[in-house]
Design a protein around this ligand. Structure first.
Ligand code: HEC
Ligand code: HEC
Length: 390
């Protein structure tokens, strides 16, 4: 066959397939070509919607996609200067590298930002709704609901509630929630994203915060070296892991002995909601006590998940420690006898004395090495969690 004839047949074939619309293909298109053009004028969104569900965490992909755009949109703040992501950065496992974050008017927040890649999904889907373990917490009075709360003092019951607080907070985003719906309705891409998520274009505070919540539920981080080894060893954290170095294994043993009763044995199931871990003799920030006004709640703070902890410096509610070494030294030798210091941090032999761990240099390095095995790099790299704005 001559080359020209070949080209002719190839071209004919191409024309024929191009002219007959493939029904299945048309239906599989998530956005219409028009919608995609509008979206992609401003956003780096894929033509097919990203998958956010995982395991038994069921997430609406359309709502999470909308939530992702909202999370990175600076229009959520009064003067269009900060987005949620300004204080919850993906490469820091959705925390901030500053001890105090900077809000829309340049003022600092009162506390250290909390990493999000470890909170939403586990609290609401794994441990949420009140695990029985909480009933053993001496700091959980019977009247308090057994669900975990959000923020360092647990004052928000859900991410939706927390999102309203962040958007309207006079230091964080300073935005009147009702005005936000009007502001966002001027953006053509939101008409499409709200319609995909909710069936019509109506923008309401309820929908904005629900979409943010769906996005945060989709941020699942379960692929650390620790997770993979735990899986390989029948989910038993007490045996030495074959994939761990001997330093990491000895750090794991120290963690299971001294830390797991508060921070959990698998970094997934929360075991203790709030506690005082002896940072100060007197708490400047009252924590839970600032909400409940009870003497027994003063200086109590949320026990944070330690997933990705090597990425989330600085540490504690006020970001006072810059490194994991400093954190380990605190538990080793620095715990203060706060009136509400948790009993687990008391010296069992002497009343009214904080516990000392007497870790040597190798032990401390081992504990830090173990904490590094909790890093899940996929969370900080996945494009479905990244900034979609061009
Ligand atoms: C100016 C910085 C800033 C902005 C903007 C911001 N946050 Fe935060 N975020 C923080 C700080 C600081 C905390 C801890 C505050 C506290 O406990 O009092 C926090 C805590 C949280 C928590 C609690 C996590 C947990 O496990 O308890 C969630 C969820 C959260 N933010 C989501 C968001 C969302 C969604 C947005 C956007 C609507 C947002 N944040 C905007 C700084 C910020
Ligand atoms: C009695 C419960 C308890 C024990 C035991 C405990 N912690 Fe904590 N931990 C807490 C609380 C509560 C906080 C938050 C305190 C605050 O910010 O005021 C915290 C905070 C941390 C943080 C900071 C995390 C962040 O995102 O800022 C790290 C890291 C940490 N603990 C590691 C450890 C290690 C390692 C051990 C064992 C040596 C340990 N903890 C033992 C309750 C405990």
């Amino acid at each position: 066959m001559k080359t020209t004839t070949l080209i002719f047949f190839l071209a004919l074939g191409f024309l024929l397939t191009a002219c007959i619309p493939d029904r299945a293909d048309v239906q599989a298109q998530y956005y219409t070509p028009d919608e995609l053009r509008t979206l992609q004028a401003r956003l780096k969104l894929p033509a097919q919607v990203d998958e956010y569900s995982f395991d038994f965490i069921k997430v609406s992909n359309a709502k999470a996609t909308l939530g992702r755009v909202l999370f990175y949109d600076k229009q959520l703040s009064h003067n269009n200067s900060v987005s949620c992501a300004s204080c919850h950065k993906q490469d820091a496992a959705f925390s901030d590298t500053r001890a105090k974050s900077v809000g829309f008017n340049g003022q600092e927040t009162k506390r250290n930002s909390i990493p999000l890649a470890a909170s939403a999904n586990f609290i609401t889907s794994y441990g949420g709704g009140g695990s029985l373990a909480f009933t053993n917490n001496p700091h959980s009075p019977p009247g308090r609901p057994l669900t975990l709360g959000f923020l360092w003092d647990e004052r928000a019951r859900s991410i939706q509630e927390q999102s309203i607080l962040a958007i309207t907070d006079p230091l964080e985003m300073g935005m009147a929630i009702a005005d936000l719906s009007v502001k966002l309705s001027r953006e053509p891409h939101y008409s499409i994203l709200f319609r995909k998520a909710y069936g019509d274009e109506r923008i309401t505070p309820e929908r904005i915060t629900e979409a943010l919540q769906e996005f945060l539920h989709g941020i699942v981080s379960v692929n650390s070296k620790f997770d993979r080894n735990l899986q390989m060893h029948g989910r038993s954290p007490d045996v030495d892991f074959s994939g761990f170095s001997s330093l990491e294994n000895s750090g794991k043993a120290i963690y299971m002995l001294h830390c797991s009763h508060c921070h959990g044995i698998d970094m997934t199931t929360p075991v203790m909601r709030v506690a005082n871990n002896g940072l100060d003799l007197v708490s400047e920030d009252k924590g839970v006590g600032g909400i409940t006004n009870k003497a027994s709640d003063m200086g109590l703070f949320k026990v944070p998940f330690l997933r990705n902890v090597a990425l989330t410096a600085p540490y504690m509610h006020d970001g006072r420690f810059n490194t994991l070494e400093e954190v380990v030294e605190h538990y080793n030798s620095g715990v203060k006898m706060h009136p509400n210091l948790h009993p687990l941090l008391h010296d069992p032999a002497q009343p009214n004395t904080p516990k000392r761990l007497h870790l040597n240099t190798t032990d401390k390095a081992a504990l830090v090495a173990f904490l590094h095995t909790l890093t899940d790099d996929s969370t900080i790299r996945h494009s479905r969690f990244s900034d979609p704005f061009k």
